[in-house]
Design a protein around this ligand. Structure first.
Ligand code: NAD
Ligand code: UDX
Length: 474
């Protein structure tokens, strides 16, 4: 088959996989190959059991796989073939060394640049898809240009704005595509090559071009603004609970103001996901490094408030349940960081679960997309909780993963709703109530349950930012 253009994407994760699948399905004239160091990931992408859960993804992958979409571990050969190479690798927060806990580690990006410089036999456009600290493109460019073959590379920044759970819809109809590049003739030509790819399906007025630095920074700022909205409404949820105001009514009142708008005003147990915390901390670190302490302090509050919100939720559970949960069974409904994904990175559920384990509770967890194995991995990764630090974690009945919500709730003293899966709205709560210890508590961290209906059944219900139930026995 004759392809007009060849794209290689390094990194077959939550971003690389879906993004390239959508490019391939919209551009039959372009050959797209996604490569990864992880054979496990690549093998899974080549089956119908994809390595990530995302609504609509399998259909898109199937529409192009084998036609012009390929997944491979042959990184060198695929780089050599490509006119354009995307770098879509993970850039996690550093855990040790300078900037530990804040700065993003761009080691993987640099390794990709080194790999490209090493194996390339001709000029290429290299596209930063990963979220990176502003000015990373400088480092990537210098590493590439240090090749001893005299090959010319152009570097572009093309941050990704998809959200998990809606990745396919976001990619098919993006609010905007942002492309940053050098403002030289060659730089502008490279920008045009990437514009031409997206123009296959994205209206050109939605394709924005900027300098490299504006593009890199805009991604961090976009996530900081979104996270800030969630922390803002979550701060108000605490005030609502203290005053009998209803956070839902407050959000609704705000949302009718065109200047504020309706989105990202849902109070919750706290935001999670691999991006918000990492990217806000990254922004904070950059500001600190540049001596902009006030700016750093301002954005740090978004994280501090999110930590407060997660702690507040568990403290409330404890306090309402007579200041002890020791030995009590607690059902956790949902473990993913939001609905319609199986991703557990930075999920608030892990913090709530850890706090309850510390209090001696017995957890019964149900999430339609999260396996027990992954849950335990997340405990270990996020809070260092594993069989060694907490004997019995995996072998006793400290945490059991259940097949469905009903078995999770059986005999439980309380239910904590931690992910807003639609299915949790329509459970048979009468049946659940009958099977629980009394008083039966519901702590809704996502405002999914019908408070009035549940109180009618007999539950004692506490939802984020909602007026507190007056205790009928006082
Ligand atoms: P991920 O961990 O799901 O996937 C990254 C993949 O890169 C892994 O499979 C890993 O094996 C591979 N990899 C690492 N180093 C490699 C190398 N040298 N060569 C080849 N493959 C390599 O990460 P992700 O969620 O896809 O995120 C990727 C980037 O996109 C991050 O910078 C992230 O901040 C950003 N981002 C993520 C989202 C999201 O919703 N997850 C949204 C927008 C932007
Ligand atoms: C986010 C950005 O939205 C996306 O543009 C970027 O590319 C990656 O980071 P993601 O983390 O996948 O996407 O999901 P998002 O929908 O933004 O939710 C993040 C967290 O905030 C979730 O835990 C979600 O439950 C929480 N959230 C979101 C709220 O608590 N309230 C809201 O109103 C919105």
């Amino acid at each position: 088959t004759q392809y007009k253009y060849h794209i290689c994407c390094m990194g077959a994760g939550y971003v690389g996989g879906p993004t390239m699948a959508v490019i391939a399905s919209n551009c039959p004239d372009i050959r797209v190959c996604v490569v990864d160091l992880s054979k496990r990931m690549i093998d899974a992408w080549n089956t119908d059991e994809l390595p990530i859960y995302e609504p609509g993804l399998l259909e898109v992958v199937k529409s192009a796989r084998g036609r012009n979409l390929f997944f491979s571990t042959d990184i060198d050969a695929e780089i050599q073939k490509a006119d354009m190479v995307f770098i879509s690798v993970n850039t996690p927060t550093k855990t040790t060394g300078i900037g530990a806990g804040r700065a993003a580690n761009i080691k993987n990006c640099e390794l990709c640049a080194r790999k490209i410089a090493e194996v390339a036999t001709g000029p290429k456009v290299v596209v930063e898809k990963s979220t990176v600290p502003v000015r990373t493109a400088d480092a990537v460019r210098r590493v590439l240009m240090a090749n001893d073959k005299g090959i010319d590379f152009q570097v572009l920044s093309n941050p990704e704005f998809l959200a998990e759970g809606t990745a396919i819809a976001d990619l098919q109809k993006p609010g905007r595509v942002l492309i940053g590049g050098m403002q030289t003739d060659k730089g502008k030509a490279a920008i045009q090559q990437l514009v031409d790819v997206y123009a296959h399906w994205v209206p050109t007025e939605r394709i924005l071009t900027t300098s490299l630095w504006s593009s890199e920074l805009s991604k961090l700022v976009a996530n900081a603004f979104l996270a800030q909205r969630v922390s803002s409404i979550n701060s108000i949820s605490a005030l609502c609970e203290a005053t009998d105001a209803d956070v839902h009514e407050v959000s609704r009142a705000l949302s009718f103001d065109d200047r504020i708008g309706p989105k990202f005003l849902t109070a919750s147990v706290g935001f999670g996901g691999s991006c918000f915390q990492k990217d806000v901390l990254n922004l904070v670190y950059i500001c600190e490094s540049l001596g902009l302490q006030e700016v750093a302090d301002y954005w740090y509050q978004v994280i501090a408030l999110n930590d407060y919100q997660k702690q507040r939720f568990t403290r409330n559970m404890l306090q309402r349940m007579f200041n002890t949960v020791t030995g009590k069974k607690i059902a956790l409904l949902g473990f993913a960081f939001k609905k319609d994904t199986g991703d557990t990175r930075e999920t608030p559920a892990v913090f709530v679960a850890k706090a309850l384990l510390d209090e001696g509770a017995k957890l019964r967890v149900f999430d339609p997309q999260v396996s027990r194995e992954q849950m335990l991995e997340e405990f270990d990764y996020t809070c260092g909780v594993n069989e060694t630090t907490l004997p019995g974690l995996t072998t006793s009945d400290m945490i059991l993963t259940m097949e469905d919500a009903y078995t999770a709730c059986e005999g439980a003293h309380a239910i904590a709703v931690l992910t807003e899966w639609d299915a949790f709205k329509t459970l048979d709560y009468k049946r659940i109530y009958a099977s629980m210890a009394k008083p039966a508590f519901v702590f809704d961290g996502r405002n999914v349950v019908d408070i009035a209906a549940l109180r009618q059944i007999g539950f004692e219900v506490y939802s984020i930012g909602k007026p507190i139930q007056k205790n009928q026995f006082i």
